[in-house]
Design a protein around this ligand. Structure first.
Ligand SMILES: Cc1cc2nc3c(=O)[nH]c(=O)nc-3n(C[C@H](O)[C@H](O)[C@H](O)COP(=O)(O)OP(=O)(O)OC[C@H]3O[C@@H](n4cnc5c(N)ncnc54)[C@H](O)[C@@H]3O)c2cc1C
Length: 311
């Protein structure tokens, strides 16, 4: 047990957490950064990132994250393996419990725990994950050259994934459980104009079919008639949204209807003084590396000011 309270603990090592660590480190506050189950965050599973400013030729996700980590380490950020399993924010210093049983204490806490893609939760989806089932067209689209793929979902993410996949696949079928898509007009228009994309509405995934090694098809169920239909395909992409990693804070911080941590307008302050949230865990709208970096910086500045105020 580490009894001495730290100035700041940062939960998460995605773009938001690393940025907060760089700023806190440069402010000489010796941040302790807890890496979580995915050191480097979501960008570790991406290939090329073409929209992060400063890299006109693009940069691979893992390389960008390695550079951010290096920059944080240069300013004396200390990294700890493992995840936080429990927090007690009822009094300051806050108590942070790690999965190995250690308890850490801190005067300020920066939550940068990100978000994850949602899955349908059916067994065949799990069995064929990485063998034709994916939640990331950017990462896996390349493997579906001249293939038939299905995209499941009805929002902008599903549209984006479907459009992106047309660069590789011979045909993309969008499956949605409702009569109408909830995507923006512009995205729906782009999709409807693309000759490589067709749509199947009022259908849900009943089963992902395979030969034990890879996906060979998909079985759909019509929500109106209950009729089952089987379709051959090589890949199924889930695009049904994201879930923020904020369950840990239930009952301690205010969360919105989708489970994202609520922050005050133009600030990273949460409903507990001294606790700040940044990146995808508080951002339902933008969910980009560059916005995570921006709010990571804001959280560090907010935490620094908070620490000043209690000295
Ligand atoms: C496939 C894919 C492609 C993408 N491509 C782009 C792109 O081209 N451009 C772009 O701008 N954005 C892109 N994004 C979005 C971008 O990755 C995210 O917006 C960004 O990573 C969010 O950063 P974050 O720091 O908030 O969280 P994340 O990157 O999600 O990192 C969360 C961190 O929190 C840690 N964590 C979670 N729970 C705990 C816990 N209990 N205790 C301690 N730590 C914990 C995790 O280990 C992880 O290190 C892409 C995302 C995906 C999935």
């Amino acid at each position: 047990m580490e009894c001495e309270a730290r100035d700041v603990i940062i939960m998460g090592t995605g773009p938001a957490g690393y940025t907060a660590a760089i700023y806190m480190g440069r402010a000489n506050l010796k941040p302790l950064v807890i890496e979580g189950y995915q050191p480097g965050g979501q960008l570790m599973i991406t290939t090329e990132i073409e929209n992060f400013p400063g890299f006109p030729e693009g940069i691979r996700g893992p390389e960008l994250m390695a550079r951010m980590r290096q920059q944080a380490a240069k300013f004396d950020a200390e990294f700890v393996n493992g995840s936080v399993t429990e927090v007690d924010l009822s009094r300051n210093p806050f108590c942070i419990s790690l999965e190995d049983g250690r308890e850490l204490f801190t005067r300020s806490l920066i939550v940068a725990t990100g978000a994850n893609a949602k899955w349908l939760g059916i067994e065949s989806e799990d069995r064929y994950r990485g063998k034709g089932v994916s939640a990331c067209a950017t990462c896996d689209g390349f493997f579906f050259r001249d293939s038939q793929v299905f995209v499941v979902g009805g929002g902008d993410t599903a549209m984006e994934e479907a459009l992106y996949l047309t660069k590789f696949a011979s045909h993309v079928t969008l499956v949605h459980r409702r009569e109408e898509f909830r995507s923006s007009k512009i995205m729906s228009l782009r999709v409807s104009k693309n000759p490589k994309i067709s749509m199947m509405l009022n259908e849900v995934v009943d089963e992902i079919l395979g030969d034990g090694i890879k996906v060979t098809g998909i079985r759909l169920k019509n929500v109106k008639s209950g009729e089952l239909s089987e379709h051959p395909c090589d890949g199924v992409f889930m695009a049904i949204g994201h879930a923020p990693n904020a369950a840990l804070f239930q009952g301690q911080l205010d969360l919105d209807d989708y489970g994202y941590i609520k922050t005050k307008k133009s600030s990273t302050e949460t409903t507990v003084q001294g606790v700040f949230a940044c990146g995808d865990v508080q951002d339902y709208t933008y969910r980009q590396a560059v916005t995570a970096v921006g709010t990571g910086c804001m959280a560090a500045v907010d935490a620094e000011r908070f620490l000043e105020s209690i000295r």
